[in-house]
Design a protein around this ligand. Sequence first.
Ligand code: PLP
Length: 429
Amino acid sequence: DAARVRFSQRNARSQSLHQTALSSLPGGNTRSILHTSPFPISLRSGHAHTVTSEDGHTYVDLVAEMTAGLYGHSHPLLISTIKNTLDEVGLNLGGTIEQEAVLAKAICERFDLDTVRLANSGTEGNLHALGAARKFQEGRGKGRKVVVFEGGYHGGVLHFPAGKGQAENNVDRDDFIITPFNDISALEQVLEENGDDVAAVLMEPMLSAGGCIPGTRNFLRSVRRLTREKDILLILDEVVTSRLTPGGLGREHGLEPDLKTMGKWLGGGLAFGCFGGRSDIMSVYDPRTSGALSHSGTFNNNTLAMRAGHTGLTKVFTPEACVNLNNLGDSLRTNLTVATRSQESHGMCWTGHGSVLGLHFYKEQPYGKDGKGENGFEYRTEEDEVWKELFWLEMMEEGFWLARRGLVALVLDTPTEEVDRFVAAVKGF
Ligand code: PLP
């Protein structure tokens, strides 16, 4: 309670802005994930690896716009690309532009895709990938069902929260079968029971919103083997995990999915999404073919994201920069684990991969080493929630901008002193 009182006292302007927002936005909110009780902090500006609130506090950004903001807030190359595009090209042109194919080629090369289509969000990427998979499989006598995993998040309309056994806000619930993550025998059974009704499996190689739980190598590779055996398409959602190794986390496990979806940082800090993979599947969107599916979107080839995305991918987040950032994340995870090992009052464990970390107030890693799914999602206990809130309130006072749910994502060029200061603050919690 004392921490909540201090929160309200330190952030009076945010509180008053929230009051104003309530009159025109339901709950004063337009991005569910950003709502925090009693009110969210309003941010005024960002610079490099920091953000500053309307209340005048500057924080080290450890949210990185839910992983999309890996470039930070004022990367000079991205800012100059965006300014030059405005000066030389202008806003959207309403026609095909050279730059869309330039960006597409760079994405295909980096992520092993035959062809790719561009969109405005990861959600759209996933929805269109499902469309492609269903259409392709329809011609081969398969049904429309898609297998997804508990805790999976593929966008606001494709969310399968753990413990609920059903989709949330889903466009069409009956089309999805939900099975536990990291549990290959459960998947085997689902595929056995549903046979040809299943068109595709949609999977994150690491549950991201679901708590940064990496799929075990054995599980991920078994999913690929099973789907191949049964002629079911594997769609790998790399919207978050594409930043974790130069070619995405799936490549590290040798997965070779049929389709991949990505987004977030790939737009160079601007709204973006994409989906791509095997050209025989992607050709369901080839407008030269009769009966092709339509994939439209006014801003799919918008001038700013095409250029900023390309600069970011080829000049800023190069394979080398990617490896360095993820090494920093791995050593942060190790240091946090060591620093919090001796905490008596509460268990604390750090999950994730590379530069994206998950915090759980749980003594053992959710999902044991053998990937059988023991411990399941128990980390979402009431106790875990209470500790997470207290942790969040205290870390904000220490000057760290954190996601309330316990996600830490690193921004490029965050000084190591700040990363070390975070470890020290966590140790003192
Ligand atoms: N897929 C994953 C794994 C995500 O984490 C997200 C967003 O957090 C999405 C898809 C949806 O992306 P967007 O928010 O750009 O629609």
